[in-house]
Design a protein around this ligand. Sequence first.
Ligand code: MV4
Length: 514
Amino acid sequence: MSRKPIRKILVANRGEIAVRVFRTCRELGISTVAVFSEPDRSALHVRFADEAFPIGPAPAAQSYLDASKIIDAALQCGADAIHPGYGFLSENAAFAETCAEAGITFIGPPPGAIRNMGDKTKARALMQQAGVPVTPGSPAVAENSPLDEVTKIAAEIGFPILVKAAAGGGGKGMRVVRSEDDLQRAVVAAQGEARAAFGDGRIFIEKYIEEPRHIEFQVLADEHGHTVHLFERECSIQRRHQKVVEEAPSPVMTPEVRARMGQAAVDAARACGYANAGTVEFLVDADLNFYFMEMNTRLQVEHPVTEWITGIDLVAEQIRIAEGEALRMKQDDLRMHGHAIECRVYAEDPENQFLPDPGALTRHAPPSGPGVRVDAGVESGDRVEIHYDPMISKLTTWGRTRPEAIQRMVRALDEYDVAGVRTTIPFCRYVMEHDAYVSGQFDTHFVARHFSDGLPAPDEDDLIEAAALAAALHHMGRSASSGAAGGPGNNDQARGNEGSGAAGSRWLDRREYR
Ligand code: MV4
């Protein structure tokens, strides 16, 4: 089944993920091809590649999402394979098929697996058949089904319930419903939103898990029926469905639950006909009951934390699998070593509702040193484009233990020097020193609960008082040193900066107004 070897790869993406894939290609002696939109003409990912092809103007629909331009570039330069990165065309089954028809290897799963997981009700049904735990819920509810049918299903499941879009994912079209009185309105609204967003108004209903953690398993599957998991990543620190901090392993995982969840992730991948790298997402409740949520059929942004704790280059494995090679590891060969954390550095203003802050990056001086990895798609002098995701880089750290990884992250965040745009660096530092984060006692509501639009959340009032004291001390000329690993209770000063006197800057780290 071994297919043609891959000697030249075109990356149908930009920024840090294109650079990430090129690095592995270089190590493997594989030639590299970039594609770029007009504003990306001199971007880092273009300079990283052996060859580069223009594919159109800034809007993604006319460049990075234009399959025909990308296929044309690949044929023109004789690329054997296309790596889609994440986003853009990475989970587009039709694009994967088009690659195959053009004789180009798509470095990702088979189109059928992408389709199976893209329809959330289909995925639910497949998982149920495969014995993977799902939340109590319904099959797809047709757009025109009578309300009493929906009401009956909801009553069986029991409130609170969550109305989800069948074609959804990432939280679009979701509605929490706490009583029958609110059901009709929520269903109609969710159907409308789903129709507008996906052109498909089908919805389904699940029991709402109130305070879940988001824990996902990395899987690798070859085309010979072998599937392994590479342990979990905890991704509960999110803001409006955008992950901000991830880590591996999860601070709440036990060996027994890990074994069961890992097996469920492998079963999930098998059930949908998976090959290549993928991620199975679970909701996990306070008692560590877990429920399948979705499967991401791509390499994920947060894959470096898994690389840190396993020592495995996931992109190299993707390429080998796409060449038709068998997996070179068995489940029993895989071990976790230490702890890794990722902070996503965005050009967004955490003091102003995380609004994107595009513009010229006049200085980008990332941290380095022991246990620090930075995956950046930009350099000093580049612009953060309004047309694309405003992520500047991913900062990951490794430590032998979780406290060491946190301590190292605080050091690296302090070392990170960015000028020209506002970033989420101070917000990440706030998270690293928060008692709830340090203790590992958090869930997907962490950001909403502890932070809202530039202000520590209302339940942090006691901390704001402590902060006022710390601010006063600071003005007396004392440096606000917060202590090593940001252990419980020693972090008030870090959040205690008044800066301009606006409440919104109280939580900022001291370096912001140095
Ligand atoms: C849920 C849930 C609670 N109960 N499903 C969010 C995105 C989409 N993939 C599914 N999501 C959720 N599904 C049930 N039955 C809570 C969420 C959810 C969430 C999940 C993971 C990470 C962050 C989240 C934020 C809000 C809601």
